[in-house]
Design a protein around this ligand. Structure first.
Ligand code: ZN
Length: 457
């Protein structure tokens, strides 16, 4: 345990370092604590460049033990030289620095570059074990804010910049308009970008409390399995909750090119582009069963394009969203090979394979009558609590649904979206289910709503 040393206790015979200058003796050195302080004479020289440090200029003072001395010994650096030669010392001194540094931002930036910490918590075995214990706890309880803040404190103790990022983003949740909080958040991400942000980053991220909560892959040309594997292994992705993959007309089978997804994932959106040619191989998502298998926390799955969902099994999936151009149209799941239409796939969904499924959403420009028929003939109907239909729901489609629901579940809410739905459709459905019709809204060209947190990159 370090004891406080008063000036009277210092025995100058023990200070043998020739770099030490005389004002050492009227200072109050604290053991092992590095500081940034004004030079008191012109006699101190820099350990980095060997040049003199001007009197009054701020200098870094490194304090360390010596085998020749019981008392700590000091060395001095110009601030820039300190960053370059002893970055860890500089970082600690900077954290406690009471002085106004005119070029602080530049020094911090330089420091981050020199340190290039990938993850300070991985720096030793001991911290790494503790780090992964925290991550496991937070994966299991994503909303446990107390653990997150304990984790943030611990990270700050081991000098991991993510600690401050967690703290500042927690403050941001409480005061989203606080300018100083927003400024510090931007600053942290800029200064520590090399360790906090995966590179390259082929998309956009939304943060929540020090980790990337949502990642939206927008650059389809980068759908390369090994690159995505590296991306998902980045420490900032350790608690990824939402992944959105948008590929426009890429001649790749999306599901086959995705690596195993992060275990923390609750929302997965795969989109091969609504403007693409739906009858081409390029618009195929392929068999998503294997992907879904690896994501045990998955709750919501959105598929835009043709995907083999009929054999998909997941014990916790609550919401399934399907979007297609024409629900009657068969897709192409391999060059030259036709697959089922979306309506035919819905018929095959099974309660045994999807026991937790409660919400089904289908968006289609055409073929909703076939969708209604598929829903009422699927064994899934009994467990659904919400059916969302987007597109033109015709009277015939509504009659099909009403006939199927006559002896079906009474708790079903059918959400018909916008007011283009004719009154007759509502009147057909109202006796057999709860009907929701919203006011006229934007046509289905808007992207899905963003989660909490805003887009910073
Ligand atoms: Zn120097």
């Amino acid at each position: 345990m370090a004891t406080k040393t008063t000036p009277e206790e210092i025995d100058d015979s023990k200070l043998n370092d020739d770099e030490v200058d005389e004002e050492e003796f009227d200072d109050t050195p604290r053991r092992e604590v590095h500081t940034i302080e004004p030079a008191k004479s012109i006699r101190s020289s820099c350990q980095g460049c060997r040049g003199l440090i001007a009197k009054g200029a701020l200098r870094l003072r490194e304090v360390f033990g010596s085998q020749y001395s019981r008392d700590p010994v000091s060395r001095y650096y110009h601030l820039g030289c300190g960053v370059a030669h002893v970055p860890h010392v500089f970082r600690q001194a900077l954290a406690d620095c009471p002085h106004e540094l005119p070029d602080r931002a530049a020094l911090e930036e330089q420091l981050a570059e020199v340190l290039t910490i990938v993850d300070a918590a991985q720096s030793t075995d001991e911290t790494s074990v503790q780090y992964h214990t925290f991550i496991a706890q937070m994966c299991a309880n994503p909303d446990d804010e107390a653990t997150q803040l304990v984790f943030a404190d611990w990270l700050q103790e081991v000098n991991d910049p993510r600690g401050e990022l967690i703290a500042i983003q927690a403050q941001k949740q409480d005061s989203p308009n606080d300018a100083s909080v927003l400024e510090r958040e931007r600053e942290l991400l800029r200064i520590h970008g090399t360790c906090l942000l995966p590179r390259p980053l082929p998309g956009r991220v939304a943060w929540r409390r020090g980790f990337i909560e949502r990642f939206q892959l927008t650059d389809g040309s980068n759908l390369v399995r090994s690159q995505l594997q590296t991306l998902f292994a980045h420490p900032s992705m350790a608690l990824l909750r939402e992944l959105s993959v948008e590929i426009e007309a890429a001649e790749v089978l999306v599901s086959a090119n995705l690596p195993a997804l992060p275990r923390s994932l609750a929302v997965l959106e795969l989109d091969v582009g609504v403007l693409g040619d739906w009858t081409s191989y390029g618009s195929a998502l392929g068999d998503v069963s294997a992907l879904v298998d690896t994501t045990e926390s998955l709750r919501r799955l959105r598929l835009v394009g043709h995907a083999n969902i009929e054999v998909m099994a997941h014990g916790k999936l609550v919401a399934l969203e399907l979007r297609t151009r024409d629900a009657r149209e068969r897709g192409v799941h391999a060059p030259g090979a036709l697959s089922l239409s979306v309506a035919a796939r819905i018929t095959k969904l099974s309660p045994q394979r999807l026991p937790a499924l409660r919400h089904l959403r289908v968006e289609a420009n055409a073929g909703l009558e076939e969708v209604c028929h598929a829903v009422v003939s699927s064994r899934l109907l009994a467990q659904l609590s919400r059916l969302v239909l987007r597109g033109q729901v015709s009277n015939r489609a509504a009659r099909t649904l009403a006939a199927g629901l006559r002896n079906g579940p009474r708790q079903l809410t059918v959400d018909l979206g916008d007011s283009r739905v004719e009154n007759e459709v509502r009147q057909l459905l109202e006796p057999v289910c709860d009907v929701m019709v919203q006011q006229r809204q934007q046509r289905n060209t808007a992207p899905p709503p963003m989660p909490s947190g805003d887009w910073l990159v």
